[in-house]
Design a protein around this ligand. Structure first.
Ligand SMILES: Cc1cc2nc3c(=O)[nH]c(=O)nc-3n(C[C@H](O)[C@H](O)[C@H](O)COP(=O)(O)O)c2cc1C
Length: 231
């Protein structure tokens, strides 16, 4: 198939997206964030419900949240009591998902020089989630509790749009389910109401490509592995 310039641009914006886990401090203008959110909100949604809500954290409130969350995560008497409001992962991990999960985790830790037994090193790396990996912008996304499972599909479309819109502007992201368990603390700091479920967080900023963790390219099963063509 001949590639049109548009196809190349769109494909490149999609395929150049990788989860970035270290950022430069360069700020991002509010107008640019708003523009990306406007683009992302062109996502389709069932009956045009547009169920997504975004909280954009920068400056003092981001600092306060990251401080509180890091403290909570590193204190086992607090972190052990934290519970996500929805189950992101299966209760029982089965192949091929368990192997994929292990591989991406091990690949990241190997890049960082962390051995399988280095629990403290892995914990320190995980803790970086709660700093939004030093990104200048942190998002918390929520959904009205009254909405149902279909709205989560819509939300995924919105989130992917946002991540691709960021790539088109030379920016990078990391979606973060790590925040989900800490919704009570997030609510205390931000005032997000109980009527909204915390869906996930996201870091947004310019990638610090001098950092080894940002060289991680995760694997994908090719289409032939998950697709059945029927005629
Ligand atoms: C909804 C969602 C939540 C995620 N949560 C986290 C997270 O909390 N921390 C993290 O480091 N990566 C997180 N990721 C990133 C995944 O690990 C990553 O997308 C996957 O390993 C594939 O790698 P890639 O994004 O570089 O293609 C999340 C991704 C998604 C879509």
């Amino acid at each position: 198939m001949i590639q049109s310039p548009e196809q190349k641009i769109v494909d490149a914006a999609i395929t150049s997206r990788h989860s970035i886990r270290a950022y430069l401090p360069a700020p991002i203008a509010r107008e640019d964030i708003e523009q990306m959110l406007d683009v992302a909100a062109r996502a389709p949604s069932g009956s045009n419900t547009q169920p997504w809500k975004a909280y954009v954290l920068t400056g003092a409130i981001k600092d306060r949240l990251t401080e509180e969350l890091t403290r909570a995560f590193l204190d086992p008497t607090i972190s052990s009591t934290m519970k996500a409001e929805y189950r992101y992962y299966p209760d029982q991990w089965e192949p091929p998902y368990i192997e994929r999960r292990r591989k991406v985790g091990l690949d990241l830790y190997k890049l960082l020089g962390l051995g399988r037994e280095d629990k403290a090193g892995m914990q320190a790396q995980h803790a970086r989630n709660y700093l939004f990996f030093d990104a200048p912008v942190g998002f918390i996304f929520t959904l009205d509790r009254t909405m149902n499972q279909g709205s989560w599909l819509d939300f995924g479309c919105f989130l992917q749009n946002l991540m691709v819109a960021a790539r088109a502007r030379g920016l990078d992201t990391c979606a973060q389910a790590a925040f989900n368990a800490y919704h009570t603390i997030i609510r205390q700091v931000t005032g997000i109401p109980e009527s909204e479920i915390v869906v996930c967080g996201m870091a947004l900023g310019y990638a610090d490509m001098s950092r080894i963790e940002n060289s991680l390219i995760s694997e994908r099963e090719p289409a032939t592995g998950f697709t059945t063509f029927m005629e």
